[in-house]
Ligand binder design. Structure first.
Ligand code: SF4
Ligand code: FES
Length: 249
């Protein structure tokens, strides 16, 4: 069992000024997840008639990407290749002080406390992160189209991106290149995605810039902090796709 001091960012809404507040939690089991530890804190705050700390979560099993927290200066905390909901309290020691902050990026404004607005990612997806498939009843079963194993594997790896935004939070430029490159790669590698590949890459990059994400300067922090270990090779592929589309469109 651990007793911990938590320094947590509190901010009433996007317009209010925020500040760090200090809380104590006691008797935290090492087997709890980080979010369960925050649940304990919030139960305590509710029992005291205080405003609980707002934080995002949904699946609590590393799938949805909602649980986006900066913990002790690292997106999703100190462990590698996991989301915050997969982070266990055994990573910390009794008596530790833990700093918990929201993602910091102009394109992800704070909604409340630790919750940020990541709809910029949704708008990027709406600008081209899909394939237009005829669903009239004549659709060919996707498995009927032969795809080289290497392409299928690379597309699958890119498709594991959960849109959490850790790549943006980790980047000193708040660049969204790793996210966009994963989404572009996933489709560009497969026959179904090749039809719209040029419009897709041009539109998604245009929307990414409109949303106010920064430029990529190849620091690689995004890939290191990514819970799904999305490779920088996807950024190289995005740049190739963009160049080809710019030259031929
Ligand atoms: S590339 Fe990685 S860090 Fe970025 S949104 Fe996707 S899963 Fe999250
Ligand atoms: S709550 Fe869904 S990935 Fe953490």
């Amino acid at each position: 069992m651990m007793n911990l001091t938590l320094k947590i960012w509190r901010q009433a809404d996007a317009k209010s000024q925020g500040k760090m507040e200090t809380f104590k939690v006691t008797e935290i089991s090492e087997h709890m997840s980080f979010l369960e530890m925050l649940d304990v804190l919030n139960e305590q705050l509710i029992n005291e008639g205080k405003d609980p700390v707002a934080f995002d979560h949904d699946c609590r099993e590393g799938i949805c990407g909602a649980c986006s927290l900066y913990i002790n200066g690292q997106p999703h905390g100190p462990d590698r290749a996991i989301t915050t909901c997969q982070l266990h309290m055994r990573t910390f020691k009794d008596g530790d002080t833990i700093y918990i902050e929201p993602w910091r990026a102009k394109a992800f404004p704070v909604i409340k406390d630790l919750v940020v607005d990541r709809t910029a990612f949704d708008r990027i997806m709406q600008s081209g992160g899909y394939v237009s498939v005829n669903t009239s009843g004549n659709t060919i079963d996707a498995n009927a189209i032969p795809i080289p194993k290497e392409d299928a594997d690379n597309a699958f790896d890119a498709a594991t991106c959960i849109g959490c935004g850790a790549c943006v939070a980790a980047c000193k430029n708040a660049s969204a290149m790793l996210f966009v490159s994963a989404k572009v790669s996933q489709l560009a590698l497969l026959p179904q995605g090749k039809v719209e590949r040029q419009d897709r890459v041009l539109n998604m990059v245009e929307q990414m810039d409109k949303e106010g994400f920064g430029n990529c300067t190849n620091t690689g922090a995004c890939s290191i902090e990514c819970p799904k270990e999305i490779s920088l090779e996807n950024i190289a592929r995005l740049n190739r796709e963009y160049l080809m589309a710019s030259l031929t469109k």
